[in-house]
Design a protein around this ligand. Structure first.
Ligand code: ADP
Ligand code: ASP
Ligand code: MG
Length: 451
């Protein structure tokens, strides 16, 4: 069995959905389970509509809903074949979405659970369309609602999966279909809380849906199909000359994702790592290319395999002399600092206090939560650049070389991953691109030199 996840760019429009259907059709013998994201841009549009509804903007809401309807029904018409039943199913999702959003417009406030219910609709509609494309390509297909399979906690907006619950559900809802030669099609990103309310796994979370299902189903491999040839030495949108990595270790991939390589959701490697399930990154626009294999095996090359970066970071410093090591102080601090958001990038603890690196949009909430624990200082407009490679841990003699290149760029803090397989710096945001380019050049030359 293989889990094949197709990202938003891979399912953007009828033509791309047909390509995806052909890719899956060619793999029918391997027992594919298909996971799809919303079409590119749709989750952003839904998030925008949620805000519009809360502002009470009736016209804006109707316009936005109209555009979403046009987009999805347009793709359905282009796909043809499935006819009225597909239109009716899309209309039913759109109706539910309209009811939800109009309700929010009238009330003017919303809980996180309502936002999840709205944002998950992109995947619900893409799932319908992709299932129709697969059927048209000759794949026996069955839609499986992710709310019946992916069990999560009730942390709306960034829900954490419950592996045992998901395993139980996947084995009853998904495995029997594969055994019958049917292709189950699930929407990524979406799950359900223990009470059965729809949750989302955080933005970009379809990758996590795929690796979680891979682990839960005991799949032979998880394939993340996207719009680039694989995991690369840098984001090809930022750096010309970025190269494909034929292999990477789980740890390297997890660190790259955590430090901002958008091609993978930061938590998506965790389940694969737990079960040792290999993860492939492949290009749905060029399916004959081999892609990147992420697994346990060493990946070779120089000490650094790739460079990742994140903008819009903040550093929060908490002055609390002598308290950091007291009882459950750190636990309380983390809970207060990040709330339901993603874990911070780094927490540095010392006798005088604690420093936390976190996304800027979490900083002001964190500040409000932490004032009771000590004096808080926030520095925003920071960026993070990280060099990642297992080889770094064995080449401390080279660390100075990397850091030297950042010395004139408003360096604020050095950030290292727990196993020494990453070396990063926090610096002024405006210098991120310069350092990415410098470190990428060094990364390529270190690969050429070899270990
Ligand atoms: P999808 O819609 O398939 O989920 P995403 O936009 O989430 O696609 O992720 C793919 C994008 O990730 C690529 O287009 C690329 O710009 C970006 N990216 C960032 N870092 C890397 C990297 N190291 N290797 C490959 N792609 C990367
Ligand atoms: N559609 C969701 C998002 O845009 C999840 C995903 O694409 O992975 O964040
Ligand atoms: Mg993605």
């Amino acid at each position: 069995m293989i889990v094949m996840k197709f990202g938003g760019t891979s399912v953007r429009g009828a033509e791309r959905m047909r390509r995806v259907a052909e890719i899956v059709h060619n793999r029918l013998g391997e027992g594919p389970v298909v996971v799809t994201s919303a079409m590119a841009g749709v989750t952003d549009a839904l998030s925008g509509l949620f805000e519009i509804a809360l502002r009470g903007d009736r016209e804006g809401l109707d316009d936005g809903l109209g555009r979403l309807r046009e987009l999805h029904l347009g793709v359905a018409a282009e796909l043809g074949g499935a006819g009225q039943s597909l239109d009716a199913r899309l209309e039913s999702h759109l109706r539910e979405l309209r009811v939800l959003l109009r309700g929010l417009r009238l009330v003017g406030t919303a809980r996180a659970r309502s936002r999840d219910a709205v944002l998950g609709h992109g995947e619900l509609m893409a799932q319908e369309l992709l299932a129709a494309a697969l059927t048209a390509a000759g794949c026996p297909t069955r839609l499986v609602p992710s709310t019946r399979v992916v069990v999560t906690d009730a942390c709306f907006g960034a829900a954490a999966p419950d592996l045992e619950g998901t395993r139980r559900q996947a084995r009853t809802e998904v495995s029997p279909l594969v055994e019958q030669g049917v292709v189950p099609v699930l929407g990524g990103y979406v799950g359900a809380s223990p009470e059965g309310l729809p949750t989302t796994l955080g933005r970009g979370g379809s990758d996590l849906s795929a690796s979680l299902l891979g682990l839960a189903l005991g799949a032979d491999a998880v394939e993340i199909w996207t719009d680039v040839d694989g995991l690369m030495t840098a984001d090809p949108r930022r750096v010309q000359g970025a190269r494909i990595l034929p292999r990477a270790t789980f740890r390297e991939a997890a660190e790259l994702a955590g430090f901002g390589a958008k091609v993978l959701h930061p938590a998506s490697i965790d389940p694969a790592l737990q079960g040792g399930v290999p993860v492939w990154i492949r290009n749905s626009l060029a399916p004959s290319r081999p892609g990147t294999l992420i697994g346990r095996q060493a990946s070779g090359g120089g000490e650094v395999r790739a460079i990742a970066s994140r903008a819009s970071m903040a550093e929060l410093r908490l002055h609390c002399p002598g308290r950091a090591m007291e009882g459950d102080f750190l636990g309380r601090l983390l809970l207060a600092a990040t709330g339901p958001g993603p874990a911070p990038i780094q927490v540095a603890v010392g006798p005088a206090g604690v420093a936390i690196i976190l996304p800027a949009e979490q900083a002001s909430l964190a500040e409000r939560q932490l004032v009771d624990l000590g004096e808080v200082q926030i520095t925003a407009s920071l960026g993070l650049v990280a060099a990642v490679g297992e080889g770094l841990a064995h080449r401390p003699d080279r660390w100075a070389l990397w850091l030297e290149q950042a010395a004139d760029l408003g360096l604020r803090r050095i950030v290292q991953g727990p196993f020494g397989s990453s070396l990063g710096v926090l610096l002024s945001e405006s210098n991120v691109q310069t350092l990415v380019e410098r470190w990428h050049a060094l990364c390529l030359s270190s690969v050429e030199e070899g270990p």
